[in-house]
Design a protein around this ligand. Structure first.
Ligand code: ATP
Length: 229
């Protein structure tokens, strides 16, 4: 599908979703499917980090995290595995990933998808102010974070000034995501799933069930490799 605006023709926007995915869970999957639908994204690219700059090193190998993501998304036609950070090696800076995606998709709006917890500290990311030169940012609600303009509670007020300014300067409606290649920020509500990889790792360590927190195929793989014990 092509979108036209001011005589510019853009391809249908795509989503870019980075994470450690150690392991991948429904809190990663469901919100992105909803974003794909409400924003009309052509697909969402899941980009596992080789070395996440802001986190401890993953507990599992690159190959195991890739295999888990592959299994988790294989039945959803709108989800695609993108292993460019793994192939690039070194610290996985989002700005480098976006530059490389922009080369691959020169006339496609790119939407960097992230949870509100990640956005609230985006000013600590490498060259964060350049991100909007390459992509839009779509922030989804995550349990523990709230944003509701209608009832008056607005987590933005709790953000550091620099993040509030960043958001207020670039916030946009849904349509504008499709009418420009980059540069907008949009907050979207999604179904709230209070699931984290940290909690899953702890449950596995304590030999507790992780059923219904993540796809069955991923659980089976974790059992097969005896991960997070
Ligand atoms: P960890 O517990 O190890 O820190 P995590 O579960 O937060 O991991 P990551 O792979 O670090 O998962 O997260 C990547 C992205 O997924 C971030 O943008 C984060 O905000 C988002 N995310 C993770 N879990 C959820 C969730 N339950 N709901 C919405 N967004 C989520």
């Amino acid at each position: 599908m092509a979108i036209s605006d001011n005589k510019q023709i853009y391809k249908q926007a795509i989503g870019v979703y980075g994470g450690t995915f150690d392991p991948i869970h429904f809190g990663h999957l469901r919100p992105n499917l909803e974003l794909c639908e409400v924003l009309g994204l052509e697909h969402v690219r899941f980009v596992p980090a080789f070395l996440p700059p802001h986190k401890e090193n993953p507990q599992t190998s690159v190959a195991q995290r890739l295999e888990m993501v592959e299994l988790a998304i294989r039945d959803e036609a709108h989800f695609v595995l993108d292993d460019r950070e793994i192939k690039r090696e070194g610290a996985s800076y989002t700005i480098d990933t976006l530059k490389s995606l922009r080369l691959d998709f020169p006339d496609t709006p790119l939407c960097l998808l992230m949870g509100m917890d990640a956005f609230a500290s985006i000013d600590s990311w490498y060259h964060w102010q350049e991100i909007l030169d390459y992509a839009h940012i779509v922030v989804s609600h995550r349990p523990g974070s709230s944003f509701n303009e209608h009832v008056g509670f607005n987590e933005i007020q709790l953000w550091p000034d620099v993040i509030q300014d960043f958001y207020q300067t670039h916030k946009a409606d849904r349509a504008s995501i499709h009418h420009s290649l980059s540069g907008k920020i949009r907050i979207e509500p999604v179904t709230q799933l209070s699931i984290s990889a940290t909690d899953i790792r702890n449950r596995l360590k304590n030999k507790h069930s992780v059923r219904f927190l993540m796809p069955e195929a991923v659980i089976n793989l974790i059992k097969y490799y005896n991960l997070y014990t």
